[in-house]
Design a protein around this ligand. Structure first.
Ligand code: SAH
Length: 358
């Protein structure tokens, strides 16, 4: 049992079962006991590994994509370079290194990082010794007077979701309550019609389970309003699909799936990203959205193979094997190449970011 489990039990006893979103938010970001506030989440020693932690090529190619998009939009002389949920800071550090040679890019860039965890902010500061980033708790406070060039890798999957099961009488919401013996357990609310879910009545059957992420669409709204009005673009990279379909809520600890209710605050909790919902929110905010593209295809279009070959020339033995394996892991359809997807947001008057189709 964890200290957070005791707190959640007390809360449920006094106010009743909580939504999955309330549970996820407490588990991930509780100021004292949350996963991101207390654990070393990322990397080989942590609970999961992300693309920038697998190879420097990922951040380098994203950096060149950002720089090309900036050039394509006339190289504005001031812009916000934004990362949402930068983790250990590896991706943004690789982006900065890869763009050093792009004339004017660093002089024009103001670095803004959206990060809720103080502990993670410390790691990001250490990864960026030469930069002076501004940290934000939310996307709402990002600059509203200069173009915004934003990246988010494995950020949206960490945002709290709610789950609803379709019933002949409406929708039943998945709730977190208490079993007889006091353990936290999953339950279902009574069914009720929910207007906001009406559009999902056409493509689901009774019994189907869908997920919503209000937090994610609110962040896209804040980003897309800025991109549409001020210029710039965003790359959203994550696992998921075009549509939320089925239960994708999962807990991972030590690179293995675990029971999400067993030790709140000790495991990483995620859900697949519903890219259709994000693209809709962007369009409503006046921004254009690209086609959803597999990570492997996107990285190939940006030139990962020639970059991998050039890096391979300096390597031998185990280092070369690891490099070849990393290239495969990022791009191969059986690995992260097709599970991970990329969505680009951009002003409708401009061309889409390199590597993505309108
Ligand atoms: N992008 C990084 C790390 C992904 S882990 C990589 O690719 O390696 C998710 C990151 O998002 C962590 O830094 C976590 O602290 C942060 N985070 C999670 N939920 C957040 C929220 N609601 N608001 C701001 N940051 C959040």
């Amino acid at each position: 049992m964890t200290a957070l489990a005791d707190l959640l039990r007390k809360q449920i006893r006094s106010t009743g079962p909580m939504t999955l979103a309330q549970y996820m938010a407490a588990c991930l970001l509780h100021p004292e006991h949350g996963y991101y506030t207390t654990q070393d989440a990322l990397g080989a020693d942590g609970d999961f590994t992300t693309s920038p932690e697998i190879s420097q090529m990922f951040g380098e190619l994203i950096g060149l994509c950002l720089a090309q998009a900036w050039i394509d939009q006339g190289a504005p002389e001031r812009f916000a370079l934004v990362e949402l949920g930068p983790g250990r800071g590896t991706l943004i550090a690789d982006v900065m290194r890869a763009t050093l040679q792009v004339p004017g890019f660093h002089a024009a860039a103001e670095l803004h990082l959206v990060e809720a965890s103080e502990r993670m902010r410390g790691k990001q500061a250490a990864a960026l010794p030469a930069a002076r980033p501004t940290w934000h708790d939310t996307a709402e406070t990002l600059p509203d007077d200069i173009p915004v060039y934003a990246i988010a890798n494995e950020f949206f999957d960490a945002l709290p979701i709610r789950q609803f099961q379709r019933d002949p009488k409406g929708w039943r919401e998945v709730m977190v309550g208490l079993a007889q013996d006091g353990r936290l357990e999953r339950g279902l609310s009574d069914p009720a019609p929910i207007d906001a879910l009406n559009r999902r009545l056409d493509d689901t059957e009774p019994g189907a389970l869908i997920e919503t992420c209000a937090h994610g669409t609110a962040i896209i709204d804040a980003l897309a309003r800025r991109i549409a009005g001020q210029g710039g673009m965003a790359l959203i990279i994550d696992y998921g699909g075009w549509h939320s379909d089925g239960d994708t809520f999962q807990a991972v600890r030590g690179h293995r799936p675990v029971d999400p209710f067993a030790e709140p605050g000790r495991a990483d909790l995620t859900a697949h990203v519903d890219f259709e919902a994000l693209a809709r929110a962007a369009l409503i905010a006046g921004c254009a959205a690209t086609q959803l593209t597999n990570q492997g295809v996107f990285l190939e279009r940006l030139g990962i193979t020639p970059r991998a070959q050039s890096l391979a020339k300096g390597l031998a033995g185990d280092a070369l094997d690891a490099h070849v394996a990393a290239h495969r892991r990022l791009t191969h359809p059986d690995e992260m190449g097709s599970l991970f997807k990329v969505l680009g947001l951009y002003p409708g008057t401009e061309s889409p970011p390199p590597g993505l189709d309108p």
